[in-house]
Design a binder for this molecule. Structure first.
Ligand SMILES: [Cu+2]
Length: 391
């Protein structure tokens, strides 16, 4: 057991360490299966999907144990579902769910290569559906594609983006690309169900940016899941690294009498009282069998966006130093040797670190109220034995 960790944070971090060795749920938000992407991006994602397949994590014993659930689920949410754990995750949707159930696959955090073409066609489809945001906890999301976050968009600096938004939802939606310079009143306008909107922009600035729906109330559209990350590689290529994308966000829940799943609570959103804070759409999903992996001494590059809508992310890797932090992912913004880096709602960062020693290294927001609500991802470096307190 890592006594330094357990002493540092009382009851929480021992619970975190349990996650390192416990099996974890699979969920329903693989970006690779979603969205009707334009050809270039689609091709990249198809390649990634092919490479993705099952068992992306080699070891770790599968276990229905849910230290993750215990860590992440507020009491009232637990009471509303029949969870915890994997049995609930595999159960059929309630009869009134507004969208078909999806396969329970973790959102793939790995960054796949940008298309080689200089003109990239991207189509995002605004829709409404259901997503598991914690083990056994289903929520009526609004999304780009089929998941919150929407698909990871990866392009190169100076690429031309030919973008189309399709609205297949039941209400107005819109797009806002933080990577673009384009008139809000023209291209970020809301469109009605059944409509589409297209525009072109050039990815002039390298970095990691948020995209989101900005239809009023934007708090509700973002709070319900309409966001994602777009990564613009700098013109000068970055060194090879193990690359992952983590989008932090909050969910604010209330029961829904008609949908059979949890719904967004706008009052909680306004008051900034989230029930879940998550990376890539589900509490604690990168733990156990789904832990992120790296080798000792390997360069790890973490691209993070904080979608909010409200909370700041205090991005921190327990047991590691953030060797380089690039605010908003621009190589011109270099910081060195950081312990924790603040990512505001609507902001991002690219973080490079190297972890010399085999072991488990939790990625958290050091705002621990939020970490306790699910904003935790484990990096398993090398092939360590299960953490003490595990199996
Ligand atoms: Cu929307």
């Amino acid at each position: 057991m890592n006594t330094r960790i357990s002493m540092a944070a009382g009851g929480l971090l021992p619970a975190i360490m349990l996650l390192a060795s416990c099996g974890q749920v699979r969920l329903a938000n693989d970006p690779l299966t979603l969205s009707k992407q334009g050809s270039s991006l689609e091709a990249v994602q198809a390649r990634s999907a092919a490479a993705n397949a099952p068992a992306k994590q080699p070891t770790a014993s599968p276990s229905p144990a849910s230290a993750a659930a215990a860590l992440s689920q507020p009491a009232e949410a637990r009471d509303m579902s029949s969870m915890p754990g994997m049995a609930a995750a595999a159960s059929a949707p309630a009869s009134a769910v507004p969208a078909p159930e999806q396969a329970h696959v973790a959102y793939d955090a790995r960054l796949t290569p940008a298309p080689t073409e200089a003109v990239v066609h991207i189509t995002l489809t605004a829709k409404e559906g259901v997503q598991e945001i914690a083990p056994g906890v289903k929520y009526a999301v609004w999304t780009f594609g089929d998941t919150a976050p929407g698909p990871i968009i990866h392009v190169k600096q100076n690429d031309t983006m030919e973008f189309t938004l399709k609205n297949e939802g039941t209400m107005q939606h819109s797009i806002d690309f933080h990577a673009a310079e384009t008139p809000w009143n023209v291209n970020y306008r809301s469109i009605n169900p059944g409509e589409s909107l297209s525009f072109t922009f050039k990815a002039d600035h390298p970095g990691v940016f948020m995209y989101h729906c900005g239809t009023a109330p934007a708090l509700m559209h973002i709070g319900n899941g309409m966001y994602g990350a777009i990564i613009v590689d700098p013109a000068t290529p970055l060194p090879a690294a193990r690359e992952y994308v983590l989008v932090q966000s909050e969910f604010y829940t209330k029961p829904s009498a008609t949908k059979g799943v949890l719904d967004g609570d706008y009052t909680k959103m306004q008051n900034g009282r989230p029930d879940y804070v998550v990376f890539n759409g589900m509490a604690n999903q990168y733990t156990g069998n789904n832990s992120l992996t790296a080798n000792p001494g390997e360069l790890i590059r973490l691209w993070t966006v904080n979608a909010g809508p409200n909370d700041f992310s205090a991005f921190h890797v327990v047991g590691a130093i953030l060797g380089k932090v690039y605010p908003d992912g621009n190589p011109a913004n270099a910081l060195s040797g950081m312990q924790t880096y603040t990512v505001p709602p609507g902001g991002g960062a690219m973080i490079e670190l190297t972890i010399p020693n085999e072991g488990f290294y939790p990625v958290v927001t050091h705002s621990f109220a939020d970490a306790s609500k699910g904003a935790l991802a484990m990096i398993k470096v090398g092939n360590p034995p299960p953490a003490a307190g595990g199996h």
